[in-house]
Design a protein around this ligand. Sequence first.
Ligand SMILES: *Cc1c(COP(=O)(O)O)cnc(C)c1O
Length: 405
Amino acid sequence: MLTKIKLIVHSVFGKLNYLYFCCPNLYFFKMKKIQMVDLQGQYEKIKDKIKPAFDHVLDTAYYINGPEVKGFQQDLEKYLDVKHVIPCANGTDALQIAMMGLGLKPGDEVITVDFTFAATVEVIALLRLTPVLIDVEKDTFNMDIDALKKAITPKTKAIVPVHLFGQCANMEEILKVAKEHNLFIIEDNAQAIGADYTFRNGTKKKSGTMGNVGTTSFFPSKNLGCYGDGGAIFTNDDDLAHTIRGIVNHGMYKRYYHDVVGVNSRLDSLQAAVLQIKLPLLDSYCDARRNAANFYNDAFAKCDKIETPVTSDFSTHVFHQYTLKLKGIDRDALHKHLLDKGIPNAIYYPVPLHKQKAYQDSRYKEEDFKVTNELCKTVISLPMHTELDHEQQQFIVDAILEFCN
Ligand SMILES: *Cc1c(COP(=O)(O)O)cnc(C)c1O
């Protein structure tokens, strides 16, 4: 009994990291420290399942390609309603391997967006393909369809839509363009796993399963994160799945016979064990993020200097990031103001990819990147995770509104 009480006291006080040592306000005694992503808090709730699963892997010493990897692969195939999931080492590898699997060749043009994490364009360049960056829509931050149509040339071979911040790009239109020009689609689904897309005829599909191939990342802070690095590739194409299974394993289809140049890219058994436990929770994680987003949306509704995220009608939003657009507010000053109050926040992304030293190209014209250029100056992302509570959110909202008024 006494140990039980001790345990409770310990877990309550041990885990409350208090905000502000020096500021004796109401929150001093109550509020949990605000984090951009609260991985510890989420872990606490599933610890009882994770530890025995880890023990099992350690006891069997099946660290690589253990039964957890196959088990997770099958669970994810079922969840996504996709024929093949090929686990790999991270989301960047997943993109690279998908492009290798499609047989893209140096000089082939691959169209992707200017407003995304660099991994997307990095692998295109790494494979000596030609990246063609295009602008995004101002409301959803996803691929602009007119820009896509304009960017197509006889050398274009593939399109890489990024489902940015947790909602799907306009796949109906992208699929139409791809079909018309005979192009591959590789969906970068690192930020939107769990999102649902509804086509005009009512068909529903999971994000990442609509193009020829989809990729994702299980980096700890992603919506479905493991406790290290991890990634996966999805496809409904049997031949492509076979090709990719060889590529991730040194180009081997028969042991020690290397038919193609491959890579070594694996999800390990410990990470797969975590993901097997977390996958059944993914929908509830998405709901928690949506609830937090609704709280922010309601709170900022009255403020005309703040534009809250816009969700398109064909996709659900799983809020990998909750990103505001500021109008007539000094973004960098707000960033500092929040940090001073102990509120983490981030700029995703501060520099358009076409302006990055590694990806500059004399073909790009500034007027083709109006939206991205503007977004990089006006967006700010707020704390968003499955463990946010209303008290923390109210504190964040008050700090922002105080600055804006
Ligand atoms: C995180 C991310 C990746 C890369 O995933 P890693 O697992 O970190 O390699 C790729 N694309 C996008 C859009 C991402 O957000």
